[in-house]
Design a protein around this ligand. Structure first.
Ligand code: NAP
Length: 410
């Protein structure tokens, strides 16, 4: 079950509440499995509302002390956390690859990106300046002073388990807020490892609390509890809508990063090779499970056939495999439901007249591996045109004029 980490202390299977590493009250746990192999990696506590209330209370107790620290002190701690993340990049990347599936090189890239939020906000922590606004009456001044909003809650998805946590927590901690973080149940180990490093960096107890467990019970308390003043969520549009409604009675500030359907547009005058290499990154990073990943390829008629041919050729060359194997470009999808959705989108497009020019099926490796796929002649009625696929499928749509491309994109 153990991962071969240089620093085994980074693998935590406990809740972090008020500086204590704890089991769930019920003693129940959730399994964490490697999506590439199905192997059991760890168990994490299945916390519910009671543990969440205690974590929120700990964050509220830690708030006055953390808020009162000098900006320079908060800045220094975040900078130390950045340094620790870089020092432990190999272990953190291995944890991500093991629980999430992305190739190790991508996982390291994610740690660099995740750590960059610590570096950036450690600098911004020292620049939380106020301002003076010209008043609407003579002899008056309007001073603006920035203050931490209070306890924040962060609910993060499984596709970027490190970066989505640090992108939420770093600005909160820099501003003097304390928080409760709930990582996705499929990828909790990355967040817990970052919790270990946050402690080592010197974040006081209660400033960083991390809960694993029942999403609805933890989310219900985080959204209902009046001590929580801000919720930052990244995940599906459906759950985002639920959380917004749950936050309404206590009028919390919210930041919602939800689903999308990004278009990738290629005009006739594009450099073909540049367009194809950019398309490969935009589509297949994290096996297509990226919120900013291109979901639709809109290609102008003059370059259409050449683009499709080159994209299919390069797609066929992408090595699919376990993320820890050197050279792997495409890892598994996160779970069986993700594969089913990809299959449904491909089948629906084909039923409506699309042609498969690369991939199109589950990969011979089995499990949740899916072949990187290119579809052409996809009609606009196909579900893939308007729904997020979140998998390694590139559907190509033809257009003639710029106005048509913009209308399709929007
Ligand atoms: P999800 O089901 O909405 O899950 C996201 C997080 O919400 C997880 O931590 C999940 O916990 C939690 N959650 C689920 N139900 C909840 C509830 N009732 N109350 C409180 N929390 C709840 O989304 P996903 O399928 O994991 O993530 C993929 C989606 O995220 C895609 O649509 C993608 O576009 C979007 N995304 C967007 C961005 C962006 O920046 N815009 C970035 C990444 C992902 P459990 O895991 O325990 O269920």
């Amino acid at each position: 079950m153990a991962l071969p980490l240089n620093d085994p202390g980074l693998l935590r299977q406990a809740l972090l509440i008020d500086g204590q590493w704890l089991p769930a009250d019920s003693g129940e746990t959730l399994e964490v499995r490697n999506p590439a192999t199905g192997a059991l990696i760890a168990h994490v506590p299945k916390a519910g509302a009671a543990e969440t209330r205690r974590a929120i209370a700990a964050a509220a107790r830690a708030l006055p002390g953390w808020r009162a620290r000098l900006a320079k002190e908060r800045s220094g701690i975040l900078r130390t956390l950045y340094d620790l993340m870089i020092a432990h990049i190999d272990d953190l990347a291995l944890i991500i690859t093991s629980e999430q599936g992305k190739p190790l090189a991508e996982a390291k890239g994610e740690i660099l990106y995740a750590a960059s939020f610590m570096a950036w906000y450690s600098e911004e922590a020292c620049r939380i300046n106020g301002s003076v606004i010209p008043a609407n009456l003579p002899g008056r001044r309007i001073p603006v002073q920035k203050a931490p909003v209070g306890v924040f809650a962060a609910i993060t998805p499984w596709n970027f388990p490190a970066a989505m946590m640090t992108r939420k927590a770093a600005p909160g901690w820099a501003a003097g807020c304390t928080g409760v973080i709930k990582p996705a149940s499929q990828t909790p180990l990355t967040a817990l490892a970052l919790g270990v490093l946050a402690e080592r960096a010197g974040l006081p107890p209660g400033v960083c609390n991390i809960l694993t467990g029942s999403a609805s019970a933890i989310g219900g308390e985080l959204t209902a509890n009046p001590e929580v003043r801000k919720l930052s969520f990244t995940g599906s549009t459906e759950i985002g809508a639920v959380l917004l409604a749950q936050c309404a009675p206590t009028i919390k500030r919210t930041s919602m990063e939800l689903g999308g359907n990004a278009p990738f547009i290629v005009f006739d005058d594009a450099d073909l090779e540049t367009a194809v290499s950019a398309a490969l990154i935009a589509k297949y990073r994290n096996s297509g499970q990226s919120c900013i990943g291109a979901n639709r390829f809109l290609v102008q008629a003059g370059i259409h056939d050449a683009f499709v041919a080159r994209l299919a050729e390069e797609t066929d060359k992408l090595p699919v495999g376990i993320g820890t194997q050197p050279g792997t470009a495409i890892g598994p999808l996160i779970d069986a439901a993700a594969v089913a959705k990809v299959e449904e989108h491909v089948a629906d497009a084909v039923a409506q007249g699309a042609r498969i020019v690369a991939g199109g099926e589950r990969h011979a490796l089995g499990g949740t591996f899916f072949q990187p796929t290119v579809l052409r002649d996809v009609p606009r009625q196909a579900r893939i045109f308007s729904e997020e696929t979140f998998g390694p499928v590139a559907p190509v749509f033809r257009f003639d004029t710029e106005a048509e491309a913009i209308a399709m994109a929007n």
